[in-house]
Design a protein around this ligand. Structure first.
Ligand SMILES: NC(=O)C1=CN([C@@H]2O[C@H](COP(=O)(O)OP(=O)(O)OC[C@H]3O[C@@H](n4cnc5c(N)ncnc54)[C@H](OP(=O)(O)O)[C@@H]3O)[C@@H](O)[C@H]2O)C=CC1
Ligand SMILES: Nc1nc2c(c(=O)[nH]1)N=C([C@H](O)[C@@H](O)CO)CN2
Length: 235
């Protein structure tokens, strides 16, 4: 039985990932910021659900203590928590940049360093860190400048931590493009977004679940990125 930590798993991709691992019988620890109804669902399924707002200065320190109180080993950490904020919605560029770098780079950096002993203590041959980045790491994003830069920082952490923690701990990125729309996305946005890839579809969360399982089942891949982007780079 694996012991897996997923950050930001109370909705959407993280929630479906959590349910996937619970259905497999794995021990699951998740963090949530907003206590969506899904948190009670996960609790009933046996997940350990830890309230955590990474904008709080002591959030990582408290989370590490709580994780250590529940387990002395980790099979995997999946850094999923994210804020898709942008310059057009948040004119306070100073705090926008800091918030993006905090949630997408500083939090994974600090959690990886603090939880390395638990990953090294895993009873599995290898343990894993998976950073969920974004296709825009490759190309940038004029509409999500700080977001893209922070995901690029997370992408770079993948290579550094891979070299630092091998061979026991494998460290990889998953770089998705569109996986699932948001409820508020209108038809025009959806049509425009679907045209950005040559596959021209909304794959759904199973695409990420399959990608993560592929990485977890590998005993060789590390320091690399699995790009789940429908051939967007070929448009
Ligand atoms: N959806 C997609 O098509 C794509 C997703 N990705 C990446 O995949 C991952 C999952 O995406 P998706 O499911 O859409 O993510 P969401 O936008 O639904 O966010 C996931 C969770 O992160 C939490 N979160 C945000 N800020 C904080 C914070 N300061 N402290 C703690 N938790 C926080 C949110 O909490 P709360 O519920 O309180 O808001 C939310 O539950 C993300 O890393 C995303 O960047 C990349 C490309 C495409
Ligand atoms: N935290 C989030 N990051 C991203 C989201 C999201 O909903 N939450 N969505 C996207 C888009 O799907 C984009 O890939 C295509 O328009 C990117 N990142």
């Amino acid at each position: 039985m694996a012991t897996i930590l997923i950050t930001g798993a109370a909705q959407r991709i993280g929630l479906d990932l959590a349910k996937h691992f619970l259905n497999k019988g794995d021990k699951l620890i998740i963090t949530y910021r907003t206590k969506h109804a899904s948190v009670n669902e996960l609790l009933e399924l046996g997940a350990i659900c830890l309230s955590c707002d990474f904008e709080q200065s002591d959030a990582v320190e408290k989370l590490v203590e709580q994780v250590k109180s529940h387990t002395n080993e980790l099979s995997a950490i999946i850094h999923n928590a994210s804020s898709w904020d942008c310059e057009s919605k948040n004119p306070d560029f100073n705090s926008l940049f800091d918030n993006m770098m905090n949630i997408h780079a500083k939090v994974p950096y600090l959690l990886n360093l603090a939880l390395t002993p638990l990953l090294q203590n895993s009873s599995d041959e290898h343990s894993d860190i998976i950073h969920i980045t974004d296709y825009v790491v490759e190309k940038g994003s004029p509409k999500h400048i700080a977001y893209a830069a922070s995901k690029a920082a997370l992408d770079n952490l993948t290579r550094s931590f891979s070299a630092k923690l091998a061979p026991k701990v494998k460290v990889n990125s998953i770089a998705p493009s569109l996986i699932i729309f948001n409820d508020h996305d209108d038809d025009a946005y959806r049509a425009k977004t679907l045209k950005k890839s040559i596959m021209a579809l909304e794959p759904g969360t199973a695409e990420v679940i399959n990608g993560i399982e592929m990485i977890l089942n590998s005993n060789y891949m590390t320091g690399r990125t699995l790009q789940l982007d429908g051939g967007r780079h070929l448009k």
